[in-house]
Design a protein around this ligand. Sequence first.
Ligand code: KIV
Ligand code: ZN
Length: 525
Amino acid sequence: MARRIRIFDTTLRDGEQSPGCSMNLGEKLGVARQLERLGVDVIEAGFAAASPGDAAAVSAIAAEIRGPVIASLARALERDIDAAWEAIRASARPRIHVFLATSPIHMEHKLKMGAKEVLERAAAMVAYAKRRCEDVEFSAEDASRSDPDFLRRVFSAVIEAGATTINMPDTVGYSVPDEFGELVRSVRSGVKGIERVVFSVHCHNDLGLAVANTLAAIDAGAEQVECTVNGIGERAGNAALEEIVMALRTRADRYGATTGVETTQLYTASRLVSSVTGVKVQPNKAVIGENAFAHEAGIHQHGVLANRATYEIMTPESVGIPQSVMVLGKHSGRHAFDQRLAQLGIRVDPKTLPELFERFKALADKKKVVSDKDIEALAIGAAIQPQERFRLDRFVINSGNTIAATSTVRLALQGGGHAERVAVGDGPIDASFKAIDQIVGKRPVLEDFALDAVTGGKDAQGEARVRIELEGRRYNGRGLSTDVVEASVRAYLGAINAMADAVGDAAGDAADDRTGGLDGARDRT
Ligand code: KIV
Ligand code: ZN
């Protein structure tokens, strides 16, 4: 019988930790819901001790998501473990994930601890976590550059202290597949109590080998793999969930292993994560990239028309890539709309369906045909449901090639009432952003601004993405409209709302040290 590999998703923790990938609470909840639909086994919802905002997001996910195990990361410190437990205790299946570095370079330069001290602290903190939570994972950070014999001793000690999963990360993406597989085999063979726990790996992509190393580890006996949607994560990222899952499925003959992932939800998950983080998926990305199933060469097209299997080792349908181009229009009713969503494999919260349908109708009024890509873009917006402290009421622009652009923006305020400002700018978009800055009384730096057409044609929807920075924190926003200025204004407001949400965390932000060290240094894990 095929072995069942557990999928531990860390998009909301390691993925969110990468520069420019921060998400607000509403976005994290939207992603967690999609991860549940995807059928992952574990969602690492965040690092509760990092900031009150992180803790609130972990708590909200723990309270709502019932299927997967919900984990929070914690350094090997009592206060981190307490924060993790507080955040996940409402979960039906909580897990505390404790980590401590075991490599000579980390122990000497970051932790400033000797090997004996590290071993004792790892066991003591796992025991501390176990008194709160039955399910405890221990990660030996930088395991692949650690002494294998020391690793065996640390893992044996934490199992004795109550760990239920032990994780061997290739933290800096240094390993190569045959070597990493061999390390898994050799470490597993000498750990006391290994048969009582789940053996996990966590690979980074610094040499582009994260997925290959993960597969080598599965071959060598790993039972859980840690990964992220689209492979986002620290530096070059983590192992890509969709690639691991489809490699196991497509090459079941080779690996003899399965996962619980509903693969038809992979594309929606990828689009959602890309949308909320503002990090685009490269067109040639394996499995879910725009070109993953495109055939350009005539000879290939001929082969695919004769039999798809000539050049396709998996089908676009199997990963949920929408196939048809145009289907609905302004005469389409609710039934047709619901049916199309189901056909596209897009599942939305029933509470948001009426509003989504209204948006579809409004779009259908502006466009002759509403394509699958339009529907998918609308559904992503509904899945995120940002807190709207400021909502766009209206804007009026005056612009031309011989005059300075002005924009009058009126926003509805969450507490009631409206605010309106006029600003002059370098073009209508700049003027609108300045008017919004005046209303909210902040001047964030615009770090990134991108505008794309969702589909072709002159009535195409524009999708704008904005990233702003204020006091060292970054916020993303996304806006959709057939009017590019409106899409841009909505994207900017989305980022402003994310920023306003985080203002409640201001005290925590100052204390936000996602450090792997125990001394409060500011390097990230
Ligand atoms: O890369 C790493 O070592 C980690 C651990 C905290 C699991 O992210
Ligand atoms: Zn990591």
